[in-house]
Design a protein around this ligand. Structure first.
Ligand SMILES: [Zn+2]
Length: 130
């Protein structure tokens, strides 16, 4: 069972407090998404358990009856301090992959441009030869 909650939290990418969607799967927080930049944090629960005490997890990451101001602060603090290995989809890496892909796309376009230019040259040459 999943539950979605909207709240304002600190976004590392926007570098300010923004509107977020928090998704709980079962009892535990699984995903936090910034509604402004779309930055998404997924939390690997196994690694979480290795790193944090169950007290902490219960306090900060289990589905609340009511999201209090203290909980929001805890959650923001938690997100800021989150070690990258706990995230199943670290934003930074996702971004790097994106960059590599767009670079490839650029090169492809450059190749296409070169080919077009060559075709143009051949056409021009053909005209001259005739
Ligand atoms: Zn953001």
């Amino acid at each position: 069972m999943t539950a979605k909650l909207k709240t304002s939290l600190f976004c590392l990418h926007c570098n300010k407090e923004t509107s977020h969607t928090i998704i709980y799967r079962g009892r535990y927080l699984e995903e936090v998404k910034c509604n402004v930049c779309g930055n998404e944090i997924r939390i690997d629960r196994e690694k979480l358990v290795e790193t944090y005490t169950s007290d902490f997890i219960d306090r900060v990451l289990t589905k609340p009856h009511r999201l209090t101001k203290e909980m929001k602060q805890d959650l923001s603090q938690f997100l800021k301090s989150l070690p990258i290995r706990i995230l199943t989809k670290p934003y930074r890496i996702a971004r790097e992959i994106e960059d590599v892909l767009s670079e490839k796309e650029d090169k492809k376009q450059e190749k296409t441009r070169q080919e077009k230019r060559r075709i143009e040259e051949i056409k021009e040459k053909g005209k001259k030869d005739n």
